[in-house]
Design a protein around this ligand. Structure first.
Ligand code: ATP
Ligand code: MG
Ligand code: MG
Ligand code: MG
Length: 565
C-alpha cells in the first residue's frame, strides 16, 4: 500500500476526552474515529489489526474443533423472555420494535439464539458434542462507555458455545477452550493472567475464568498469590454503577456507634447464617427499597434456578411480593441478579435498613449504593474472603503465600453454563437409553476490539504505538526520504515491489513530506520495522530501524529483504 492512497490522517493532539494511552494513540495514529459515545469507525489501519486478530482467533478456534457460524444482531424479544433475561438484563440491553410493533433486542450476547438453534438442530446424543463460534458485533448500552474500544457500546466479540451430553464433556470442552485462549493471547503478544471470576450477568454454575490483560488502567482488581499461582478477580461485591470498595479502601474507618446493635449482622455473619458454603457465594449485594433492605447473597449453584425466598434470619416476614417490590423499586436485576435467579434475599435488621435507606438513594434505579461507604454506613466482614483482602493477606488457597494486587482488563471469559439455558429454552436431546436430557453448555467470549486496545495499551512509547509482529497493520514500513531524489525513489519503488511480490505486507511512505514528518508518523503508526531509503540509496544501502528497540543499522538492500522475509 502506498501511503499517498491510504486513508489515514495522523493528529498532533488527541481529543481531550481520550484519557488512556491506547485511546489517545489509536485516535492520533488514525486507526479509529468516534461516531458516538462508545461507537467507533475502524479506519483501514484499525481494520487491518482487527483482521489479524480475527485470523488468529479463527485458526485457533477451528483447531479446537469449533465451527464458525454467524448469528443475527437482531434477536426476537421472545427468546429473551424464554430465558427470563428480557427484564433482568437491565438497561444495557438495547431494545427496539419493528414496523409491526414486534419487540427485538440488539444482541449483547448470544446464549438465547444459539440455544434455540441447537434445540432445533439436535435431538440425539449422537450429534453431541458440538461447538460453534462467531465473530460478530455486540451491543451493550454501557452506563459509562470509556477508553475508546475498551468499553464500547457497539463492539466486536468472538463468542463460542459448546454443547455436551454431560458435565464431564463440558469439563473437557472447557479445558480445550481455556488452553485455546492461552494460545490466542500468547500469539497476540499479550501480557495476561487467567483468574477465577464470578458469574456476572450470564448466570450458571460458578466455575469460570477471566483472562486479564495486565494494565494499570484496568478496571478489574485481581488478587495474585506469591506462591501457588492462585489468582482471582475481586469483583465479587460489584453492583451496578460501581464496585463496593474492598477493605483497603475503608480500613481504619470506625463503625459508628449507632450501628452497634445486637441484631446487627455483618455481611460475613449473613453469609455464615445463610448456610451456603462460602465458595458457593459469588457475591453479596445490598439493596434497599420499599422500606426494606435486603442483602442478596448470590450463589453460583446451577441447580437452583428459581428465585428462592428464605427466612434465614427470622428478623421479619419476607414474602415473594416483598422481594419483587424491592426488586422493582431498587432496580435489582439491572444486570447482576441474573437469569439463573441464583439469589437468596435476606432481610437485615431495621437499624441497618434505616441507615442504608438514609444514604443510598433507596428506590432509585441504579443508585443502590451510591455514596455509601462500606464500613461507615454498614458493617463489613473483618477477615476472610478475598473480596475484602488487602495486599499481604495470606492466600485463601495455599494459606502460605501472600496476596498481591494487580489491575487487569478483561479480554476473555470462559464459562461453564451447565443446563441453565438448555432447561429454560428446552434444548434437550435423547440419550443412548432414550431418555430426554438437557444439553450441558459452556460459553466462551473474547472482546476482539477490546483486545486491540489492550494490546495498544501494553505496547507503546512516547512516540506512539508499537505493534507486536503478527498484529501490525503492515509488517514493513518503507520510508522514502525524498520523493524528488531519483535514486531514492527508484530504490524505494524497487524494494516495495520486491517485498510485495514476496507477500510481505508493506506500506510505502511515498508522500511528498519532510523526513521529520515521516519519522513522526511512522513512530505513531507503530509498524515493527522501518526501512529508511535516504542519502545512501545510490550505494544500495538503507537504514533498518526496529520500532520497539529503536535500533538503527545501515545495511545493504538485499540483506534488508532477507531480514524481513
Ligand atoms: P465487563 O466486566 O468488562 O463489563 P463482561 O464481563 O460484561 O465485561 P462478558 O459478558 O464476559 O463481558 O463478554 C465477553 C467479553 O467481551 C469480555 O471478556 C470482554 O473482553 C468483552 N466485552 C464486554 N463488554 C465489552 C464492551 N463494552 N466493550 C468491549 N468489549 C467488551
Ligand atoms: Mg459488562
Ligand atoms: Mg466482567
Ligand atoms: Mg465477563
Amino acid at each position: 500500500m502506498r501511503q499517498t492512497n491510504l486513508l489515514v490522517t495522523t493528529l498532533r493532539e488527541a481529543p481531550a476526552e481520550a484519557e488512556t494511552r491506547s485511546h489517545q494513540l489509536l485516535l492520533r495514529a488514525g486507526y479509529i474515529r468516534q461516531v458516538a459515545a462508545g461507537v467507533y469507525t475502524y479506519l483501514p489501519l484499525g481494520r487491518r489489526v482487527l483482521r489479524r486478530m480475527e485470523q488468529i482467533v479463527r485458526q485457533e478456534m477451528e483447531s479446537a474443533g469449533a465451527q464458525e457460524v454467524l448469528m443475527p444482531s437482531m434477536q426476537p424479544a421472545e427468546l429473551w423472555r424464554e430465558s427470563e433475561r428480557y427484564e433482568v438484563y437491565g438497561k444495557e440491553l438495547m431494545k427496539l420494535r419493528d414496523r409491526h410493533d414486534r419487540e427485538f433486542v440488539l444482541g449483547p450476547t448470544h446464549e438465547e439464539v444459539v440455544t434455540a438453534l441447537m434445540r432445533a438442530e439436535i435431538s440425539s446424543y449422537r450429534r453431541l458434542p458440538v461447538a460453534v463460534y462467531q465473530i460478530q458485533t455486540k451491543f451493550r448500552d454501557e452506563r459509562r462507555p470509556r477508553s475508546g474500544l475498551l468499553r464500547g457500546r457497539e463492539f466486536l466479540m468472538k463468542d463460542a458455545y459448546s454443547f455436551d451430553t454431560d458435565w464431564e464433556g463440558l469439563d473437557l470442552a472447557y479445558q480445550v477452550m481455556y488452553s485455546t485462549y492461552e494460545r490466542i493471547f500468547d500469539r497476540c503478544g499479550l501480557k495476561y493472567r487467567a483468574v477465577q471470576a464470578n458469574a456476572g450477568a450470564i448466570g450458571g454454575k460458578g466455575q469460570n475464568h477471566e483472562f486479564m490483560a495486565l494494565s494499570e488502567i484496568g478496571e478489574d482488581t485481581i488478587a495474585v498469590c506469591s506462591l501457588c499461582g492462585y489468582a482471582a478477580n475481586l469483583e465479587q461485591a460489584e453492583v451496578r454503577g460501581g464496585s463496593v470498595p474492598h477493605r483497603q479502601d475503608f480500613a481504619g474507618l470506625p463503625v459508628p456507634e449507632q450501628f452497634h446493635t445486637p441484631a446487627q449482622k455483618t455481611i460475613q455473619q449473613l453469609e455464615q447464617e445463610s448456610q451456603l458454603r462460602p465458595q458457593d457465594i459469588i457475591k453479596t449485594l445490598i439493596y434497599t427499597g420499599g422500606g426494606k433492605t435486603f442483602a442478596v447473597l448470590v450463589r453460583g449453584d446451577h441447580e437452583v434456578n428459581e428465585l428462592k425466598v428464605q427466612k434465614y434470619l427470622g428478623c421479619g416476614d419476607i414474602t415473594l411480593a416483598d422481594v419483587e417490590q424491592v426488586q422493582e423499586t431498587a432496580g435489582v436485576g439491572s444486570g447482576y441478579v441474573g437469569p439463573a435467579g441464583l439469589s437468596v434475599p435476606i432481610l437485615v435488621d431495621a437499624a441497618v435498613a434505616a441507615m442504608t435507606e438514609a444514604v443510598t438513594g433507596a428506590g432509585e434505579e441504579d443508585y443502590h449504593l451510591r455514596g455509601v461507604v462500606p464500613g461507615r454506613d454498614f458493617p463489613l466482614t473483618q477477615v476472610g474472603d478475598f473480596r475484602n483482602a488487602v495486599a499481604g493477606d495470606s492466600c485463601p488457597q495455599c494459606g502460605e503465600g501472600e496476596l498481591d494486587f494487580q489491575q487487569g482488563i478483561e479480554v476473555g471469559h470462559v464459562f461453564k453454563l451447565g443446563t441453565v439455558y438448555s432447561e429454560k429454552l428446552g434444548a434437550d436431546y435423547l440419550d443412548a437409553d432414550g431418555r430426554t436430557r438437557p444439553m450441558v453448555m459452556g460459553c466462551y467470549g473474547i472482546g476482539i476490539s477490546r483486545l486491540l486496545a489492550a494490546v495498544a495499551e501494553q505496547n507503546n512509547d512516547d512516540q506512539g504505538l508499537i505493534w507486536p509482529q503478527g498484529l501490525a497493520p503492515y509488517a514493513v514500513h518503507i520510508l522514502l526520504m525524498s520523493v524528488k531524489d531519483t535514486a531514492q525513489r527508484e530504490l524505494a519503488e524497487a524494494l516495495y515491489a520486491r517485498l510485495t511480490a514476496l507477500g510481505i505486507d508493506t506500506l510505502l511512505d511515498d508522500r511528498d513530506e519532510r523526513a521529520g514528518v515521516k519519522f513522526k508518523d511512522a513512530g505513531l503508526i507503530g509498524i515493527p520495522v522501518a526501512l529508511v531509503v535516504g542519502k545512501l540509496a545510490a550505494e544500495q544501502r538503507i537504514e533498518y530501524m526496529d520500532r520497539r528497540t529503536g535500533n538503527k543499522e545501515v545495511i545493504n538492500v538485499g540483506e534488508a529483504v532477507l531480514r524481513v522475509s
